[in-house]
Design a protein around this ligand. Structure first.
Ligand SMILES: Nc1ncnc2c1ncn2[C@@H]1O[C@H](COP(=O)(O)OP(=O)(O)O)[C@@H](O)[C@H]1O
Ligand SMILES: [Mg+2]
Length: 510
């Protein structure tokens, strides 16, 4: 009962803040709202100063920013879901920045001392002010006693409690929605909140981020043009992460990168190839690859940081993706359809031929385009839209991959607007296809994963032909590319949870 009261109070507070910012009901629709809703909105706005936010179009953004960390994350998710909040609002939310005022230096030092169990003077020669502050943590630049410059990331005080409370409220709203609304149930808000909780647990434990950095460093130690900052384990804990300081140029500053004489086209290729290598070869990828998390060091190496959100793909997932790509490139839609059934992703109650027909509707227009207009991300996005219609169970890890791919393609295209995703990714994808779908890969995989010996059949010569054809096809697709920048960062693990508060409040107002 106490929970119900505190959760309701928190949700009401959220509704109240949104109402103050006109974020609940767009002004042009206000007249059609029922009178109690209009009255409540008027009440909420009492005493509001007119210049509360940067203009009417920023209402939702301003409200969510005021509501704090969990709601900023919520907004970032909603920005990727025009199907839930409408295209206009999703677009407005794209300007939502994950930036908040920093907490004080004294507090930062106190947290470091408490976490690492030593006074600052025994840890650092100098400890500077915050250089960046976001919803979960802030970063300070410091110099160790050994004279190494480092970045010290510190969790916001009480952020764990705040998240726990907000997640509780989202869970409460989710259960209510599932109980009363059929449409709401389709969005599976309860499981979405559970996922959000899982992902937040990882993001709020900086030891996990340190371990992710270390794992990626190991996986990518021989990768050309890519690295991650080294972890200073002795100065890291659950709430403090110390890493090697990276001197360089932020990825967002393209003119500066050009000014330094870096080859931007080569850098764009490195962005795409590194991401694909990690996802496909290693099955472990950075799932927050927006520009703010990428720096080009003075040697021209791409350095990725901020590994709070990562994705994992099992051997089966990677094979599944290989099959899909293979199927689309060879325009074998029945095969693409069949893979979904074999993997158990689409229920047997669905019809393979009809599913293949729907896949053809995606594949033919895309594959018929000139290479420069093809986007891997768009292909996967459309694929998952269709599979949803065929009751494919949501595969969060694949969704995360697809959403990260959208962001990664966007970053690469701001460096090279003519980037051709296929030619850039081709060396990595070719390795993947040869390894996994070529004869050697087939034999290795047979019986061990999604593939079965039955499917391997006696078709090895045909498969060699196929493998050659596919590689040729990939090479042929290499030309130029159409600019389609998509810079926005889409933390996909916030799935569904995002919609809850807005839907709940809308329902209350209905
Ligand atoms: N090792 C580092 N070297 C240089 N700058 C860093 C380093 N780590 C973080 N930063 C700076 O701090 C910012 C925030 O760090 P990040 O790890 O992305 O935290 P957040 O989760 O708050 O986004 C980065 O965008 C970058 O500008
Ligand atoms: Mg960051």
């Amino acid at each position: 009962m106490a929970n119900v009261v505190s959760n309701s109070a928190r949700l009401l507070h959220a509704g109240f803040v949104m109402a103050r910012y006109d974020a609940l009901i767009p002004t042009d629709q206000l007249k059609q709202a029922p009178w109690p809703a209009r009255a409540l909105l008027k009440l909420a706005k009492l005493g509001r100063t007119e210049n509360l936010n940067g203009g009417e179009h920023n209402n939702l953004t301003a409200a969510l920013t005021q509501l704090g960390p969990s709601y900023i994350k919520l907004g970032q998710f909603l920005a990727t879901r025009p199907d839930i909040i409408g295209a206009k609002r999703a677009f407005e939310l794209k300007v939502l920045q994950d930036r908040l005022p920093a907490f004080g230096d004294a507090e930062a030092r106190a947290i470091v001392e408490r976490e690492l169990g030593k006074p600052i003077s025994q840890l650092f020669e100098t400890f500077g002010p915050a250089i960046a502050a976001a919803s979960i943590a802030q970063v300070h630049k410091a110099i160790t006693l050994e004279g190494k410059t480092v970045a010290v990331k510190i969790l916001r005080p009480n952020v764990e409690t705040r998240f726990r409370n907000d997640i509780d409220s989202f869970g409460f709203a989710a259960r209510m929605i599932e109980r009363v609304s059929k449409e709401g149930r389709r969005l599976r808000p309860v499981s979405a909140v559970a996922m959000l909780e899982e992902s937040m647990k990882l993001e709020l434990d900086l030891r996990m981020e340190a371990a992710a950095l270390s794992e990626i460093a190991q996986n990518s130690k021989d990768d050309p043009g890519f690295r991650v900052p080294e972890v200073d384990w002795a100065r890291s804990s659950k709430r403090v992460l110390t890493t090697e300081w990276i001197d360089g140029t932020p990825m967002a500053n393209v003119p500066a990168l050009r000014g330094k004489g870096f080859n931007l086209n080569a850098l764009a290729d490195t962005v795409i190839q590194s991401f694909l290598r990690h996802a496909i070869r290693d099955g472990f990828f950075h799932a927050d690859m927006h520009q703010g998390n990428l720096i080009v060091d003075n040697a021209g190496t791409l350095v990725a940081m901020d590994f709070g959100i990562t994705g994992r793909l099992s051997e089966g997932d990677r094979l599944f993706l290989a099959e899909i790509l293979y199927g689309f490139i060879t325009r074998d839609y029945v095969r693409v359809a069949q893979v979904h059934f074999d993997a158990g992703y689409v229920p047997d109650t669905q019809d393979v031929s009809t599913f293949a027909q729907a896949l053809r509707a995606i594949g033919e227009p895309i594959m018929g385009l000139p290479a420069e207009q093809i986007s891997m991300a768009r292909l996967l996005t459309q694929l998952f839209e269709v599979t949803e219609q065929f009751q494919m169970q949501t595969q969060p890890q694949l969704l995360l991959l697809q959403k990260t791919m959208v962001v990664t393609e966007g970053v690469a295209r701001t460096l090279n607007p003519n980037l051709n995703i296929w030619s850039s990714g081709e060396p990595v994808v070719r390795y993947w296809i040869e390894r996994k779908l070529g004869p050697i890969g087939k034999i290795e995989q047979a019986g061990s994963s999604v593939m079965s010996l039955a499917r391997l059949g006696l078709k090895i010569p045909a498969m060699i032909d196929d493998a050659h054809r596919i590689i040729r096809k990939l090479s042929d697709m290499a030309k130029s590319d159409t600019p389609k920048p998509s810079r926005w960062h889409t933390p996909a693990l916030l799935m569904g949870a995002a919609a809850l508060v807005v839907i709940a409040i809308k329902m209350v107002l209905r």
